[in-house]
Design a protein around this ligand. Structure first.
Ligand code: KG4
Ligand code: ZN
Length: 346
């Protein structure tokens, strides 16, 4: 029996501080993708405040979903399925998107499927470059995760991950240390443009050790110690801030390139897809692409708006699950943490 097709899927994403909705056709074509961030809500606190995030999602969810349908020129009754991020993420935030998706799916009588946020990030690469086919290496670098996967058609297998902070978390913490404001990743990256990446030789944690794991908390501490050595943040000149940002960014991104090359060799793969918010980083994009050209592997970076959190990736991942016959019932729950893919090898 042929499995039913799911031409029009509404995706909903609310795992952290972005409320997003998108309509994707045939699992590949983005008809509309709307993202409403909450930076102004969290800026005074220098980081995401979970309770404020979920409250703002309640405010935004209906109009963001409506805006996506309108921009796609699709009536809700035409939808064939609903895909919603069920985790990992902030549970209060996830529950807002999840409850909305369940209610809409129930009212329309269409199937609902929960999507693992990291599967969504990985699928963004296939959305960006439709001829990218498994097996390939997936490098997820976001605010909550830093991990390498061997992506096969039946799902990803974990090759290595961070033992402490995520890469994006390190960018966010260094932004606070340097007084660069919120959100941290883009702020550090912008300051780094004026700086010298060789000004301070920060450690490249775990690069000398074998294996494919990462560690970012030591690098963040190294930046803190260097700031103290120079008399504290208040004593820093803006040129020094730029140099520290650039040197940190170089160390943080070098490690990602080193480990991706190692994983490609070890796994005998010819392509790497770099996804998640940190994949929007310009230096990482330039370095990885240059090494790929030199060494003959394909490097896929989705456009920045598909790297940071969005619902198009969730709709596309959901369409793949629905086509495989996967469904979730109304008791689908949110989860804050869950590993993706069992660990393959050492
Ligand atoms: O994937 P994402 O939007 O949300 C999570 O799933 O975590 O990633 C957000 C992370 C944040 O830590 C943010 O600082 C980082 O991605 N980020 C960047 C850049 N843009 C966003 N880090 C470095 N350079 C950027 N341009
Ligand atoms: Zn994310």
């Amino acid at each position: 029996m042929d499995l039913p097709a799911f031409p029009l899927v509404l995706g909903i994403e609310s795992s952290c501080d972005e409320m997003a909705a998108a309509v994707v056709r045939g699992g590949r074509e983005i008809l509309a993708s709307v993202v409403e961030g909450q930076h102004d809500v969290h800026r005074p606190y220098g980081g995401v405040v979970p309770e404020l995030a979920s409250r703002d999602h309640v405010r935004a969810v209906s109009h963001v979903a409506r805006a996506a349908l309108e921009a796609a020129g699709v009536d809700a009754n035409e939808l064939d399925g609903i895909a919603v991020t069920s985790g990992p993420g902030l549970v209060g935030s996830l529950l807002v998107g999840l409850s909305f998706g369940k209610a809409l799916g129930f009212r329309l009588g269409v199937p609902l499927v929960g999507v693992h946020h990291l599967v969504g990030h990985l699928v963004a690469a296939e959305l960006a470059e439709p001829d990218l086919a498994p097996p390939y290496l997936g490098l997820v670098v976001s605010g909550g995760h830093t991990a390498l996967y061997r992506v096969e058609s039946d799902g990803p297998a974990l090759l290595g991950e961070t033992r402490d902070d995520a890469a994006g978390e390190a960018f966010d913490k260094v932004a606070v240390l340097l007084g660069l404001g919120f959100p941290g990743g883009p702020a550090v990256s912008k300051a780094a443009e004026q700086g010298d990446p060789a000004a301070v030789d920060f450690p490249r944690p775990m690069s000398k050790q074998p294996g494919l794991d990462f560690s970012y908390s030591g690098l963040k501490t190294a930046v803190a110690i260097e700031i103290e050595r120079r008399g504290g943040r208040a004593a820093l000149q803006s040129a020094e801030i730029a140099d520290l940002a650039a040197s940190f960014e170089a160390a943080a991104t070098d490690v990602l390139v080193t480990k991706a090359r190692r994983a490609l060799r070890r796994e005998g793969l010819g392509s790497v897809a770099v996804v998640g918010g940190v994949a929007a980083n310009r230096r990482l994009r330039e370095q990885m692409t240059a090494v790929g050209e030199r060494e003959g592997f394909r490097v896929v970076f989705p456009p920045s708006n598909l790297c940071t959190d969005n619902a198009a990736m969730i709709a596309a991942a959901g369409a793949r699950l629905l086509e495989r016959g996967e469904r979730d019932a109304l008791d689908l729950n949110a989860f804050s943490r869950a590993p993706l893919g069992s660990r393959a090898g050492g």
